[in-house]
Design a protein around this ligand. Structure first.
Ligand code: COA
Length: 174
């Protein structure tokens, strides 16, 4: 089904397959909801503990963006961080199952990339489990390339792929 190109230039409301979604920065009071969301998106072995998620959210350079439904409840989020030497990192990207394949993951990822670029990053990196077909398809379509295999990266020994995307052009552009 054809989709309208998302609007990355503002944090606003937009219609998405009949469901209004608002993109906004995460607030402190969202934290419990973000953890619940992460639990719903990942197997127990891969999901973050509350402490892990808190630590990422509080780490230097970290930011999170959420997409919330008309009811005002976050249904998806991206957590990213601005690192040193011009390198950004996507820590996690979570879309509740009921809201998948509506372009929300893409929209969040591109919004995070835009913020990383604006913060001076020249590259963004992330990790995905080798068996995460949905995530790998999304990242591939958005220009991420495999750097290397990370053997036994996850609890339980599951391998990950390290992926990277180089930003071209100046800072701040889409
Ligand atoms: C991966 C994830 C974030 C994708 O979110 P989403 O909102 O469903 O993705 P989008 O609708 O923006 O998809 C964009 C494109 O990615 C690809 N894609 C997404 N999900 C896919 C799937 N299940 N199978 C194949 N391709 C898929 C498609 O090319 C899709 O475009 P299309 O719908 O026009 O074909 C979501 O499945 C999720 O939260 N999974 C669990 C958590 C997770 O694995 N996060 C990534 C951690 S590395």
């Amino acid at each position: 089904m054809p989709r309208s190109p998302p609007n990355f230039s503002r944090m606003d409301r937009s219609a998405d397959n009949g469901l209004a979604a608002t993109l906004r920065p995460a607030r402190r009071e969202d934290r419990e909801k973000l953890w619940t969301l992460d639990q719903a998106c990942f197997d127990a072995q891969l999901a973050y503990t509350r402490d892990e998620l808190e630590a990422y959210l509080d780490s230097p350079g970290a930011f999170a963006l959420v997409l919330e439904t008309e009811a005002g409840s976050p249904a998806a989020f991206v957590l990213a961080s601005v690192g040193r030497r011009g390198q950004g990192h996507i820590v996690t990207l979570d879309v509740l199952p009921a809201f998948r394949r509506r372009g929300w993951g893409r929209r969040l990822l591109l919004a995070a990339e835009q913020r990383l670029r604006a913060a001076g990053c020249r590259e963004v990196r992330l990790e995905a489990a080798v068996n995460n077909a949905a995530a790998l398809a999304l990242y591939g379509r958005l220009g991420y390339r495999v750097r290397r295999v990370l053997r036994g990266y996850y609890h339980g020994g599951l391998d990950a792929l390290s992926l990277a995307k180089l930003f071209s052009g100046g800072h701040g552009g889409p």
